[in-house]
Structures are given as C-alpha cells and as structure tokens.
Design a protein around this ligand. Sequence first.
Ligand code: ZN
Length: 245
Amino acid sequence: MTSVIYLGQDAEYASTPMVELNYIKEFRARVVETGPNYAVLDRTAFYAEGGGQPSDTGQMHWEAGTARVSKVVKQGGIVRHLVDTVPPKGDVTGSVDWERRYAHMRMHTAQHLLSGLVFQMYGARTMGNQLYMDYSHVDFAPASFTQENLAAVEKAFNEAVESGVQVTIYEEERRVLEERIEEERAIMDLIPKGIRRLRVVQIGDVDLCPCAGTHVRNVSEIGRMRILRRRSKGKDIDRITYELL
Ligand SMILES: [Zn+2]
C-alpha cells in the first residue's frame, strides 16, 4: 500500500493540517515497482483520478533522467503513475503540474459549496459530478430548477466566497458522521461498510461531506462562480454546469 501525501497518510506530514497537504507541489519519493509504462512510488502527492476529479499530471526527476507523468490511476489501493520513460528503482522527485491541479482544487471546493447550498435551499441531493479545469457539472435530484432558483443559488454562492469561509479537512469516525451528515446530502451507503474512519471536507457551517479529493483552504480562492446552464437529465434530475471567473 503506497502512502498518499495529500490524504495525510505519510509520517513526514503527520502534523501538517490536512487541507495544507493539498498544496504540496513537489515531493521526494522512492520508486518501489515499475511496469512497461508506469511507476509505483512509496508515497505520492499526485492525485489519482476518482470522485469526478481528473488525475494530476506532472514530472518525475531522477539523477539521470526525467519522465512525463501523463495520468495517475489507483487500482486495488496501488497508485500507478503512467510515464513516458520508466525510472529506475531508487530516489525521484515528483512535481505536480500546479495550474491544472489548482484549477481542480478550486472546481472541487466549488462543487461542494454548490452541493451544500442546493441541498440547504432546495433539498436536492447530489447524484454525481464531473470536474474539468474550465467548467464542471453536478447532477441534482429531485430537482427541476427555475431561472430564479439558479440565480438565488449563484447569489448565495458568491456571497459565501466574499465572506471567505474556511475549509477544513479531517478524519472522523464513520458512526459520528452518520449522525452529523444529513442522509440526503451524502450517499454514505455507497462507501464500503469496512471503512470505519472517513476523510471529510467541511466548509464552515455550509457543508460537510466525505471526500478524498483535493480542496482549497478558503472559499475566497474559488473566486466568483457563474452558472452556464441547466439541463434536464431525466425525470427529476437536473444537471447544473458552472464556471469560475
Ligand atoms: Zn468531493
């Protein structure tokens, strides 16, 4: 099992607040396994695609060479870095393409804020989401939003951004969270029963949701949000597409 730095699984970063781990752009690691087009490290700050957030890209450097990391995937708990040149076993420095990662962090925290507000205002549950660098979408149900609804959500969102609500990330016992998180906000049933402690992302008193993605430390970093469109994706399901300005 590799340790994942941004999740706080690595001893060196044990005392670093979890939200700060998302800002690690460069890290040292050891190559412990390689395949025809991938490398596994003993620890990593690269985000593996999942939860609607695309994987990071970046570079891996070692004494005699450099590799481009084009994608990062997690299979059976193992994080594989897909590379154009396979590094030798030994020490490497990884560096994350920061512009791409930071765009995903802003989009991801924006998604939680949007999901939290829509749940508070209209009681609609988040059914799925897909993040990109320049726009993202979230599916809500039951939902059939009017133009006025969307304008109200956008306004509440941008007010939260202006007030600079803090984001914190921590681990909590599952049974505690099952009492604190309203059933309709997060689909806790989808998380395997064997997982007793969960990583949660809290946005002030606006939202609390289990998540393994990367996030900004304050919603002020998101900037203003604009809803681009609403599309019906079937009975009672509305997809909201948004961008950040
Ligand atoms: Zn999330």
